[in-house]
Design a protein around this ligand. Structure first.
Ligand SMILES: O=c1ccn([C@@H]2O[C@H](COP(=O)(O)OP(=O)(O)O[C@H]3O[C@H](CO)[C@@H](O)[C@H](O)[C@H]3O)[C@@H](O)[C@H]2O)c(=O)[nH]1
Ligand SMILES: O=C(O)[C@H](O)COP(=O)(O)O
Length: 250
């Protein structure tokens, strides 16, 4: 936590087959001041992700099969509610979502906490520097996401898909339930702004596994495109139908 602040932070790490990286990522976030609990949601991994996370002292939530990133994040929030109920977590704790593949650089997400803890923002989003390995994207998903957010809120984020985010309890309430799968970041950005809350992008020196050019990467991008388009489409529809449609899924 930033100097002078005493508010606690709970970290949620959604993880699918991250055995090679999860230990270093957990160690990285433990360096962040204020972090009281680290929750790893093993989203149906077929490797040793859950075992390693437990060994590193994380609270581990396991999905018996793969449900996708957004559901892993929702399961993490379920555990947050449970920890609050048994008095292991302060009601005012901020929630810090961190991808599992950041390894030691995960420590740098600590920069997201200060503005939320000090009430300068309700949600902060990490922006990443250029990565050492070039990605294989053409900006289709990023462009779709940015244009959709701008159309519905007037705000144009630099990195609309970045998943490293710190949310106040008010922002969590505004952002849930999350849009499905890879639409989660775009959905929460629109929903948090719709609630009249403030979002700030914060540069963080993070390094992750970039999506490449092989067929698997292209299938991944197609799924991202589909989920982002759905999150935007549902919110566009809600806008047209008015507040009665606010319970629509997605
Ligand atoms: O079914 C899945 C797939 C992935 N993950 C985890 O989700 C995180 C992000 O997945 P990753 O494979 O690294 O996706 P990227 O395409 O690199 O993700 C970028 O784009 C996503 C949105 O499309 C954001 O959620 C990410 O934060 C952003 O780094 C990682 O911790 C994964 O282990 C799950 O929990 N369940
Ligand atoms: O590689 C990426 O950055 C993501 O998969 C998004 O792909 P894009 O570059 O086609 O938007």
């Amino acid at each position: 936590m930033a100097a002078g602040s005493t508010l606690p932070v709970v970290v949620i790490i959604p993880a699918k087959d991250e055995a090679a990286r999860i230990a270093e990522t957990i160690a990285g976030v433990r360096h962040i001041p204020g972090v009281e609990v680290v929750i790893v949601v093993d989203d149906g991994s077929t490797d040793g992700t859950a075992r390693i996370a437990a060994h590193e002292g994380a609270e581990v939530v396991r999905h018996s099969r793969n449900y996708g990133k957004a559901d892993a994040m929702m399961s993490g929030l379920g555990r947050v509610t449970g920890l609050r109920r048994v008095g292991r977590l302060d009601d005012r704790a901020s929630v810090l979502f961190v991808d599992a593949d950041l390894e030691a650089s995960a420590q740098a997400v600590g920069a997201l906490v200060g503005p939320v803890a000090h009430g300068e923002a309700d949600m902060t989003i990490a922006t990443l520097p250029a990565q050492s390995t070039a990605g294989g994207g053409h900006g289709f998903v990023v462009g779709l996401a940015r244009r959709g957010i701008e159309e519905l809120t007037g705000w144009s984020p630099a990195q609309p898909l970045s998943g490293m985010r710190c949310l106040s309890p008010a922002a969590i309430e505004a952002a849930t339930p999350f849009a499905r799968g890879w639409g989660v970041e775009v959905g929460m950005t629109i929903d948090v702004l719709d609630a009249g809350l403030r979002i700030v992008e914060v540069p963080c020196d993070l390094h992750h596994r970039v999506t490449g050019t092989d067929w698997r990467s292209q299938v991944h991008r197609a799924a991202q495109y589909r989920d982002v388009a759905l999150a935007i489409g549902v919110r566009r529809l809600r806008r047209r139908l008015g507040p009665t449609a606010s319970g629509a899924d997605g």
